[in-house]
Design a protein around this ligand. Structure first.
Ligand code: DCP
Ligand code: CA
Ligand code: CA
Length: 378
């Protein structure tokens, strides 16, 4: 089959394409989201360098208008640094209700075109438009219409990436920001990825990019030269995602209901237990049960919480948060056991034990990590 066969711009409607990771995906991301909402609602801010966030000593910039970015002002930058770079910078307090309202509107627009909408945060989402339910004719045209309607209905601009998988679509939406779009066809994916700095890869983050740099990996092309064993040794469960990403491959489907706070399970015993061996065995059984639920729910989280109820009904819990998603059962079990060991020896027997995987992060932090949880091994 030729690459053209899988052009995201043509609606061939081939069911095999999805199975092989060739879909029609649009990633939409709002431009300078919080700052643009502020400029929309206060005409005095338009055309000026604006930062949303506290201007005080410990304040940080949440969002910077494109006018402010010309001076080097960026999200997550300390406000004092931002002011030094741009003395005329105007600081405004955030108004989450206004951002949420805009967010709801854009999600409604997305859902007109497809039920397969996976929001990553308030201002962005993946859409799977492999099935063109409105008969628009192409993914590119759908993206154009979406951006146009967002403009009309919210007064804000959005950028879009159109491609054959999530990973590339997200990279592409960033390519012609603000108020732009970019189409990457299947035959172009690997080359496009090779040219990009690794820090732009979804999930790598600033710390990951530093680690990559220490390993001599600056671009997608550098990453593609490393084999899977090297990546596993250095990046653990993140390796498979990286290995594929460097080749322009991403098999993750768009998941409409992925936001799930926590998945867990517990057992109440017919007889109270206190011996270490019995407790460890119970832990293994709970890990089995809960991990199956986690897989079924395609849930992901970084925090594992152990809960126990003593026979006097007092509750204790211990939690541990990992820097990355807990992506395999062995790791989940290991954390559960480590939490249990912390509480041994028990002061009295317990009647219940439970384990939960949860994601206590805000949506914005969540945005920085890919959902590797459901990637299988190569
Ligand atoms: N945000 C935040 N803290 C951060 C990053 C972002 O509070 N460290 C908020 C403010 C942003 C919004 O989330 O407006 C969306 O984040 P993006 O990373 O998508 O950045 P912007 O939309 O501001 O700009 P861009 O045009 O680059 O997407
Ligand atoms: Ca944005
Ligand atoms: Ca965003």
């Amino acid at each position: 089959m030729s690459a053209d066969r899988h052009d995201p711009d043509e609606n061939t409607g081939d069911a095999d394409e999805a199975a092989r990771g060739l879909r029609k995906i649009i990633h939409v991301d709002m431009d300078a989201f919080f700052a643009s909402v502020e400029q929309r609602d206060n005409p005095e801010l338009r055309g000026k360098p604006v930062a949303v966030g506290g201007s005080g000593g410990r304040g940080v910039v949440a969002a910077a208008s494109y006018e402010a970015r010309k001076f080097g002002v960026r999200s997550a930058m300390p406000s004092v640094t931002a002011k030094r770079l741009c003395p005329d910078l105007i600081f405004v307090r955030h108004r989450f209700d206004a951002y949420r309202e805009a967010s709801q509107k854009i999600r409604e627009i997305f859902r007109y075109f497809t039920p397969h909408v996976e929001p990553l945060s308030l201002d962005e989402a993946y859409l799977d438009v492999t099935d063109d339910i409105r008969g628009i004719g192409s993914a590119t045209r759908i993206a154009e219409l979406i951006r146009q309607r967002i403009k009309e209905e919210t007064g804000l601009t959005a950028s879009a990436g159109i491609s054959y998988n999530k990973f590339i679509a997200k990279l592409a939406s960033d390519q012609n920001k603000p108020d732009g779009m970019c189409v990457i066809k299947p035959g172009q994916g690997a080359k496009f990825v090779a040219s990009l700095p690794i820090r732009r890869f979804h999930g790598v983050g600033p710390k990951g990019a530093e680690k990559m740099a220490r390993l001599g990996i600056e671009t997608g092309a550098d990453l593609a030269t490393r084999d899977i064993a090297f990546l596993r040794a250095n990046f653990g469960s993140f390796a498979d995602y990286l290995y594929r990403a460097a080749r322009g491959i991403d098999l993750r489907p768009v998941r409409a209901n992925r936001i799930r706070k926590s998945v867990g399970g517990e057992r109440t015993f017919s007889e109270d237990i206190s011996a270490g061996a019995a407790l460890r065995e119970t832990m293994d059984r709970i890990v089995d049960i809960v991990w199956e639920r986690i897989e079924r729910a395609e849930a992901k989280g970084r925090t594992v919480t152990l809960k126990m109820k003593y026979n006097d009904f007092t509750l204790v819990s211990r939690a541990k948060s990992m820097p990355d998603w807990v992506t395999d059962k062995a790791q989940f079990g290991q954390i559960g056991h480590a939490l249990l060991e912390e509480l041994l020896p028990l002061p009295m027997p317990i009647r219940l034990m439970g384990l939960t995987l949860s994601n206590l992060d805000t949506g914005e932090q969540e945005e920085r990590k890919p959902d590797t949880a459901q990637l299988s091994l190569l």
